[in-house]
Structure formats: C-alpha cells, structure tokens
Design a protein around this ligand. Structure first.
Ligand code: TRP
Length: 452
C-alpha cells in the first residue's frame, strides 16, 4: 500500500475541487425553499451563525483528519482509533442515501433545460406545469435515467480533468447569471416584501425546527458529516493553508446560497400576489417560480432561462460526480471490484433506488412516511437525522477522544490558527450539546410529543 497518493496541484486545486463538490443543487434548489419555509430572515440568520461556528469547526476537523491520515473516511477513523471505526462507516452511508434522490432532482433540471431549448419556456411558467410533470409516471424517470447515465459516463471515463477546466468558466458564469436573475427578481413589483421577508429576521417565527432545518442544510450544502471533506483533505498538501482554504469554501458556498435565495424568494412574493402559502411549495419551489421570472422578462428572459438551467445542470453534475465517485471508491476499497463493474453496479443501483423517490409524486403518492413524500423522507432522514448524528460523533471523537490538539497541530503545520479557541470551544462543548438537544427535540416532535 505504498502507492503514492495523488495530490491537488496546490491550494487553488483543493479549493476548486471542494467548492465544486459543495456548490450544487443544495445551494440553488434546496436553500431557497427551506428559507422560504422556515421563516425567511430568521432562517438566514441562524444559518449564517451555524456556518461560522459549527460549520467552520467541523470542516476544519474533517479536512485536518484527512490530511493527517492521508486516508478517506473509513480508513482515516480506523487509523486514529480502532474503536471509532464505525464512524467512518456511518458517515459513508450518507452519500449512498443522498445520491439516488439527488439524481431525481438532477433529472428535473435536465427536463427544464430541454424545455427551454425546445422553446417551451412559456408553458413552463404555467401554475400546474411542474406538479403535472412530476406526477407523470414515465417522463421524470426518463430524465432521471439520462441524468444518472450522464454522471456515470463522467465518473467512468474519468473526464474530471475536463470538468475541472470547464468549471473554471461555468462557475463564474453561474455567479454572474445568478446575480443578474436576482437583480431582476428583486425589482419586480411586489418583490420588496419578499426581500424584507428574506433579510429581516422575524423572531416570532423561530423554532427548534428552524435550527434543525438550517443545520441539516449546512451539512448538506458544505458536504459535511459524510466523510467527503476527509477524503478531500487526504489529497491536500501539508504546506497548503488549511484554515484559509476552509474559509474560502465557506464564503463561496454561502454566497451562492444567499444569492439563490434572493433570486427565488422575492419572485415568490411578486408572482403570487402576496399569497403566503406560495412559500410552502417545498422541493418544487425553484421549478415553479423561476420559470415565471424568465417568462416575465420576455424573449430574452427565455434565453436566460435556458442558459440558467444549463449552468445549474453543470453545478449539479460536478456534485453528483463527486457523490458517485465517493460511493464507487468505497465499494472498490471494500470489495476490490474492478472500476468498470463497480461503476455499472452503482449506476444501476442508484437508478433503481431513485425510482421510489421519482414515483413518490404520482403513482406512489399514497406512500407517505412521516407524512412526507418519499424524496422528502430520504432528504429528512439524511439531513435531519443521520448527518447530525455523524456530526455529533465527530465532535465527541475530535473533542474528547483524539483531542482538539491533534487537529490544531495539523492546521498549524501550514499556517497560524487564529480561530483555534473558537474551534476548541465549539467542538468540545457548544456543538455536541446543541446537536443533541436539537436532535432529541426533533425526534420527540416527529413522534408527536410536544417538544420545547
Ligand atoms: N453539497 C452538495 C450541494 O450543495 C450536495 C452534496 C451533498 C454532495 N453531499 C455531497 C456533493 C457529497 C458531493 C459529495 O448540492
């Protein structure tokens, strides 16, 4: 096992790769609908506080563990403590549950791209267009298959190099276009109310679920609590500034999510005529409001719509490629199967596992675990249950088993660590206590027992 581990070309390589994995549908699709649902400004505030405290500390810890051990999650935790190797396995299950339903949403994005290219942008702005589409049994599955196939081809042929080059152009383009669409959205008549809803916290809307929702979203968006950042850290060089890289990824990821919220939420207000229930559309919010924004802007808007969905597709693909790569490499490392076989198996497995999530809005809409659609159920189980558990265990592991010093020492190999105190306090006390309280109260809540 003395094989040399390939390394990123430098700090920029690491930041770009990690940002490519972090920035995806989580930022553009998931963040706005959660912010709309959980009270706008108050959600944004809680989210930002979580990013600079818990998110920062966890990402530092995960990247440092990876860089220290030069192993991905399963091996890394085992190497640091035989007793805690379960944590590596637990973390690795998360991407396997996320990947299939991520592809369902990816399929919807491909569909919308197709609609805009074929000139159907106006129809897509219709009120029931989206709900009619996802309720069909066959069509969403076709787009899902296309999306899974696309991801698998990229992973199989390993054209990541090309992807890396393309993302240098596409990612900035996505930022520019998002700013443009956000500017258009907030200047629509009636949109200012939405801007206020999004930016001004209303403390009466605060609840434990706001925190749980924001925390799950933060893990999801920054690809934390699933071993991904451990793997990325393992490819990082000793000399590259770890703290600065983590800050840059956080700023980039949070910036895009913030802009996506600004693009979607004011538009909901502008196009629903102040109807508050429009905020509660859940997973379909982006697909329902953005087409209205594009249609409102005339022919040019429809062109922008096409370009926009292309860029979203790209951001989604960079994320799902790294999701699939993770799953493939876990299977390869564990069972020593060939790459071709593993890729095919993961592709077929993902497609089959995604079917219920896709059918959950039509044929299978009578299956409603915990009152949620199947896709929302998987989303809930991973983001609101599994990831908080993994994050809690990681905090205990770093704070009390190997000790925060193990991580600080690793960080200090490459730079000063000005936020070391914050890191130690958060990882040892604040984070584990908060996560535990939130988890307990949300479980009670789900079981119907009145919580705080
Ligand atoms: N962070 C990604 C996003 O915002 C989604 C994601 C979750 C992910 N887990 C991942 C991407 C693991 C790559 C690897 O869309």
């Amino acid at each position: 096992m003395k094989e040399k581990r390939s390394m990123f070309s430098g700090k920029l390589g690491f930041v770009l790769a990690a940002a490519g994995s972090a920035v995806g549908l989580g930022n553009i699709w998931r963040f706005p609908y959660l912010a709309a649902k959980y009270g706008g400004g108050i959600f944004l505030l809680v989210y930002l506080i979580l990013v600079v405290s818990l998110g920062f500390s966890l990402m530092i810890a995960e990247v440092a563990i990876g860089r220290k051990t030069k192993l991905s999650a399963i091996g890394a935790f085992r190497k640091l403590s035989e007793k805690w190797k379960f944590l590596g396995y637990l973390a690795s299950v998360v991407p396997m549950v996320i990947f299939p339903y991520y592809c369902v949403i990816g399929g919807w994005v491909v569909k919308y791209l197709g609609v805009y290219i074929s000139g159907g942008g106006l129809e897509a702005a219709g009120d029931s267009y989206f709900s009619d589409f996802i309720a069909k049994p066959g069509e969403p599955i076709l787009w899902l298959a296309l999306y899974v196939g696309l991801t698998a081809v990229i992973v199989f042929f390993g054209v990541q190099k090309g992807i890396e080059k393309a993302s240098r152009v596409m990612m900035p383009a996505l930022v520019v276009l998002t700013i443009g669409v956000a500017a258009y959205s907030v200047t629509r008549p009636g949109a200012l109310e939405g801007v206020a809803y999004y930016l001004i916290p209303d403390f009466s809307r605060f609840s434990v679920n706001t925190v749980l929702g924001a925390m799950g979203q933060m893990f999801y968006s920054m690809s934390l609590a699933m071993g991904i950042m451990v793997t990325y850290g393992s490819y990082m060089k000793r000399e590259d500034d770890l703290e600065k890289s983590v800050s840059q990824i956080e700023i980039f990821d949070t910036g895009i999510a913030f802009l996506a919220g600004l693009m979607v939420i004011p538009a909901v207000f502008a196009f629903s005529g102040g109807d508050e229930t429009a905020l509660n559309k859940g997973a379909g919010l982006m697909f329902q409001t953005l087409p209205k924004v594009f249609a409102d802007a005339g022919t040019l808007g429809l062109v922008f719509g096409g370009v926009f969905f292309l860029l979203v597709l790209f951001a989604a693909l960079t994320s799902s490629v790294s999701l699939m790569e993770t799953v493939v490499s876990i299977f390869q490392d564990t069972f020593h199967w060939s790459r071709k076989f593993t890729c095919t198996l993961v592709m077929i497995g993902c497609f089959l596992l995604a079917l219920p999530s896709s059918l959950g809005y039509g044929l299978l809409d009578w299956v409603a675990p915990l009152g949620l659609s199947i896709l929302d159920f998987f989303d809930f189980i991973t983001n609101s249950v599994m990831m908080p558990i993994v994050a809690f265990c990681t905090c205990i592991f770093v704070g009390w088993v190997i000790g925060p010093k193990a991580v600080s020492d690793e960080v200090k190999l490459s730079s000063k660590f000005p936020r070391e105190k914050l890191f130690v306090v958060v990882i040892r006390y604040v984070a584990p206590i908060c996560i535990l309280l939130i988890l307990i109260s949300s479980v009670l809540d789900t079981l119907g027992i009145a919580a705080i």
